[in-house]
Design a protein around this ligand. Structure first.
Ligand code: 3HC
Length: 717
């Protein structure tokens, strides 16, 4: 880690910085850059400066660990005054011109550093972007000022608000990059460019003072107004997109320096905001999922995967097969008969078609992907597969038979995985000899789209097999979360109290449409009743049965869904469920729905004195999610998950808990363990054991500890 200055024979001062793996701009690097720029600026033998990152990467941006430390300590001075002090005064204000030589990536602060130079030369396919909003913050080293001046306001706003990078080639077309040259030519071209500027053959462009790409004031204000309206509509619960637009506007109206001052202020506010804290937490939580103590720290390497077999071509199996072939892994799809097999292959084709229709799959890639799937009816074809994923219906006997067959036909190194979402792994593997190669690979529907892979290990699963499956997850671009074995594992276990709470509230007199509205306003993609319509009631019922058996004391059973089914209301599937659906599947509340609700409430008979309870929207959210936090605590206590951040990521990627609230445990902590515990205890007095806080939560609340603090009990796995 460090910054060095090398003065080359042609008079170019080459500044190289390194901070593996992504050359993050930690404070020592930024201070090193400042000092080397000053030195180069003052040296008589330096005519011009080229700056580049080591290891084929420019920079992944400001060091996010520093953001975390600032948030944890509350010490905003850790952020320094980089924008004014280094980017404007030292780099742009240098006596010598500078050129950035970009390879690999220039993201966030990395791109801001490059934009402070007088030109940017990039190797092909580098990624350039301002992804700060994804972290709940805004660009803080001048990005809100320089990007609009280089690429125009509309494109700059789009890049910042979407957090999406552009390639070198796109950057060239936009004016962000001055030339794209091969990696071998990169430094030589940058040196020449820098000398051309120093010797007057090319203009010295100072991005912060550029005006030609900025729209006239009236037009700029209109663009900003439209962006503001859209940002508020799209993300009503988060403030930082608006702060980003405020900083841009200040720069457009009052000039780049005033804009930089405004940006600095908004950047610091954003870093310390609840959204900034939550999204920085999510960034690290996502990267921590592949660090499993006792498994990934033992020197094991994931073995290469050449061929996968998927058993069952239903919705899940076809989605899983699609995920593999899209990542160039050959798949053998096994079905019971020709007709089922054809249906499975057709489903895979439909998945690819839908990608192609959206423009995200070229004809060539489509053909390549589809050529990688082969159908079979015979286990004899399994002799060279490295991984089998069973994705048949949730029937224990059927799964046990399949695993016995697999043990017979698959090679001895082959991993045997089940996609069950609820059934105990030990039951699935009960009848086979080598249970150490059995693992759960729980995908979420649609499997080729949803980003999460819940990897379930039993107490017998070999660490090598877990490491292999983490590797598989990465290959197929999923976030793998490793959890222990129990009914529902981690994600469905957290989710089931949410659904039960919704039904309890409905039977306590709260309107189902109001519940859905409140939960959507909180940030979930849809409310629990709209979701039930989408998923189908059979699935909900079979999962509910499993939970009722495993956790009877905290199961709440309602008659509502049975009442709907009795009248052939099956949800979205037949256009009538909690909602009515038109041809475009647009859901509208049904005025006649009240009769089902009244009957369900009559049968449940839990309204105090027979009258609906009266509660605020805030309490609806708490009643829905505090039991989820409570279940997360049980999962941590039982060591089904090894760290709280795994549950945060699981809740965000598995059931759509808003990332900007940091995941369920982080959110619970933001309210305080005592607050969650006290309310649950209070509700449990009237409404029973469903709300009873668990001992882990009680203990944390009593000791004033956070829920995410590490668990000290020994693992039960
Ligand atoms: C003031 C400024 O405007 C503010 C900023 O610049 S904020 C930062 C803006 N930059 C970003 O948001 C980029 C964040 N990083 C990424 O998107 C991705 O890491 C990447 C595209 C750079 C690389 O992706 P990939 O190759 O899949 O590697 P990935 O596993 O994500 O990261 C590798 C390691 O680098 C770390 N890392 C990545 N970017 C980092 C950063 N900006 N700061 C600190 N660490 C970073 C990761 O935490 C991870 O560490 P680990 O190995 O200990 O878990």
């Amino acid at each position: 880690m460090g910054v060095k200055l090398e003065v080359l024979g042609d008079g170019v001062g080459l500044i190289t910085f390194s901070n593996p793996p992504v050359n993050a701009l930690a404070m020592p690097i930024l201070n090193g850059l400042k000092s080397k720029f000053e030195e180069a600026s003052n040296r008589k033998d330096v005519k011009a400066i080229v700056v580049m990152g080591e290891y084929g990467k420019f920079s992944g941006g400001f060091d996010i660990a520093t953001l975390l430390e600032t948030q944890k300590t509350g010490n905003v001075s850790l952020l320094g005054r980089v924008s004014i002090d280094i980017m404007i005064n030292t780099i742009e204000g240098s006596k010598k011109p500078s050129v950035a030589a970009i390879e690999g990536l220039a993201l966030g602060g990395g791109l801001e550093l490059a934009m402070s130079c007088n030109a940017r030369i990039a190797a092909p396919k580098a990624q350039l972007g301002q992804p700060e909003l994804q972290l709940g913050i805004i660009p803080g080293f001048g990005g809100t000022q320089r990007l609009p001046r280089l690429v125009g306001l509309s494109k700059a706003i789009e890049m910042m608000l979407s957090s999406k990078p552009v390639t070198s080639e796109e950057g060239k077309a936009l004016g962000l990059v001055d030339a794209v040259v091969s990696s071998e030519q990169l430094v030589a071209t940058a040196r020449k460019w820098a000398l051309d500027i120093a010797e007057g053959r090319k203009p010295r462009i100072i991005s912060l003072q550029k005006l030609d790409k900025l729209e006239p004031l009236g037009e700029a204000r209109r663009i900003l107004q439209v962006a503001r309206t859209q940002a508020k509509q799209r993300s009503p619960n988060i403030p930082h997109p608006i702060w980003c637009l405020d900083a841009i506007e200040e720069g457009v109206v009052s000039g780049g320096y005033a804009g930089s001052l405004k940006e600095e202020q908004c950047f610091k506010t954003a870093v310390m905001s609840p959204t900034g804290k939550a999204l920085v937490h999510i960034f690290f939580a996502q990267r921590a999922t592949t660090k499993v103590p006792g498994v990934t720290d033992c020197g094991l390497k994931s073995r290469p995967l050449k061929k996968v077999a998927v058993i069952g071509g239903g919705l899940m199996g076809s989605g899983i097969a699609t995920a593999f072939i899209l990542s160039n892994i050959p798949v053998l799809l096994k079905e019971l008969n020709e007709s089922f097999l054809q249906q499975g292959l057709d489903r895979i084709k439909a998945n690819l078609d839908s990608r192609a229709k959206k423009g995200s799959l070229s004809k060539e890639k489509y053909n390549k992907a589809f050529s990688l799937v082969k159908g079979t009816l015979d286990y004899k074809d399994f002799k060279d597969v490295d991984l089998v994923i069973e994705a048949v219906i949730e029937n224990i006997q059927l799964k046990q038979q399949i695993f016995q067959d697999l043990e017979k036909y698959c090679p001895s190194h082959c991993i045997l995985a089940t996609n069950t979402s609820t059934i105990d792994l030990n039951l699935v593997a009960q009848k086979i000899r080598f249970q150490d190669r059995v693992i759960g690979a729980h995908f979420f529907s649609p499997a080729h789209v949803m980003p999460l892979l819940e990897i379930v290990r039993s107490n017998k699963t070999a660490p090598q097999v877990i490491v292999d499956l983490i590797g598989v997850g990465k290959v197929i671009k999923k976030v793998p979360v490793v959890v222990g074995n129990c009914t529902g594992f981690a994600i469905n276990r957290m989710f089931f109290p949410y659904i039960h709470s919704a039904h309890m509230l409905a039977n306590l007199g709260i309107d189902v449409y109001r519940i859905d509205r409140v939960i959507t306003a909180f940030g979930m993609p849809m409310g629990p009743f709209r979701l039930a319509d989408l998923v189908g009631y059979e699935v909900s019922r079979s999962v509910a049965d499993q939970f009722a058996k495993a956790f009877p004391e905290r199961t709440y059973r309602s008659q509502l869904i049975s009442l709907l089914m009795e009248e052939n209301r099956l949800g979205q599937k037949n256009g009538r469920g909690f909602y009515l659906y038109d041809r475009q599947l647009k859901a509208t509340p049904d005025p006649d729905f009240k009769k089902f609700l009244d009957e369900s409430r009559r049968r449940a008979n839990i309204m105090p004195n027979g009258k609906p309870i009266v509660i605020s929207d805030e309490e609806i959210v708490e009643r829905m999610f505090f039991p989820v936090v409570n279940e997360a605590c049980r999962i941590l206590d039982e060591k089904i998950a090894v760290k709280a951040s795994d549950l945060d990521i699981s809740s965000v990627l598995g059931f759509g808990f808003p990332a900007y609230r940091g995941g369920v445990v982080f959110w619970g902590d933001s309210l305080g363990a005592a607050c969650v515990c006290d309310k649950l205890r209070e509700w449990s007095k009237t409404f029973g054991t469903f709300y009873q806080p668990c001992t882990f939560l009680e203990d944390r609340a009593r000791r004033g500890l956070s829920l995410e603090a590490a668990v000290d009990a020994k693992s039960r796995l």
